[in-house]
Design a protein around this ligand. Structure first.
Ligand SMILES: [Zn+2]
Length: 268
């Protein structure tokens, strides 16, 4: 009897791992929420989310979406959409945007950034969204600091200067938090069934580890990918963080922390 139970339990585990295996093009096993990987991407459904480095991501199915493409590979696939969270140079890189732009690329971001870009641009503010004919939907949400100051009384990211995004593509919902602290508005994302949350963890200009863990618990996504840390190779010093701490902080939850390896190791 005891043996039968153990066999059943093992079968259940294999089945669970097999199910998610179909959803992923990588070898992340799913019987633990600890996911420190050597992988550059996470695949959910038909959608692949690749960490380029820093806050830069490529999201692709048959379409290609870039978010904050400050870190970019040479000869990247051209974009169908480019999303920019705010006007800082490590997020709004107009030269990079131009290099991945084609005639019909939509560039969506805060006005101060997109007004410097060429092509089809749409400015967006928190609470606004664009729904496109191909099923892509882009919602802007709040992103701001509450307690990260560059000088006395001066927040790095004051409210109103930036946004986060909820990108819906092929039925998969991806939340890119932008540069933000753990803000009360994040709890509103909880009933949106976010699949993947991209959360900053540097602790200097954005959330630190405990704040990111609290944010993740508030949002309750299936996966969290930490970002915006260890960016020395991109010319951004002082953002040292150990993502394993986030893994530990969330180990008793259902949220899977997927620590990716940036695809682009260095930029000039
Ligand atoms: Zn930043």
């Amino acid at each position: 009897m005891k043996h039968a139970l153990i066999i059943l339990a093992v079968m259940a585990l294999v089945f669970a791992a097999g199910c998610t295996g179909n959803n992923q093009n990588n070898n992340i096993s799913d019987n633990t929420n600890i996911k420190i990987t050597e992988l550059n991407n996470l695949k959910v459904g038909n959608v692949t989310v690749t960490w380029l480095g820093h806050a830069s991501f490529e999201v692709s199915d048959s379409k290609t979406v870039y978010i904050d493409p400050f870190v970019l590979q040479e000869n990247s696939t051209k974009a169908d959409y480019v999303l920019v969270t705010h006007d800082h140079f490590d997020h709004c890189d107009v030269n990079n945007i131009d290099s991945i732009r084609k005639d019909r690329t939509r560039i969506i971001g805060t006005l101060d950034c997109i007004q410097k870009a060429a092509g089809l641009t749409n400015s967006i503010k928190p609470g606004e969204f664009f729904q496109y004919m191909d099923g892509v939907r882009v919602d802007a949400v709040e992103a701001y600091n509450t307690n990260k100051f560059k000088s006395a009384g001066q927040l790095y990211h004051p409210k109103g200067a930036g946004v986060g995004f909820v990108l819906t593509i092929d039925g998969v919902k991806i939340y890119h938090a932008g540069d933000t602290d753990n803000i009360t508005e994040m709890a509103e994302l909880r009933n949106q069934s976010i699949d993947i949350a991209l959360l900053p963890i540097d602790g200097i200009t954005t959330m630190g580890m405990e704040e990111a863990a609290a944010a993740a618990i508030a949002i309750n996504p299936k996966y969290v990918i930490p970002m915006h840390f260890n960016s020395d190779n991109y010319g951004l010093t002082g953002m040292t963080a150990n993502p394993n701490e986030l893994v530990k902080l969330l180990k008793d939850t259902n949220i899977k922390v997927v620590v990716l390896k940036p695809l682009v190791s260095k930029i000039a």
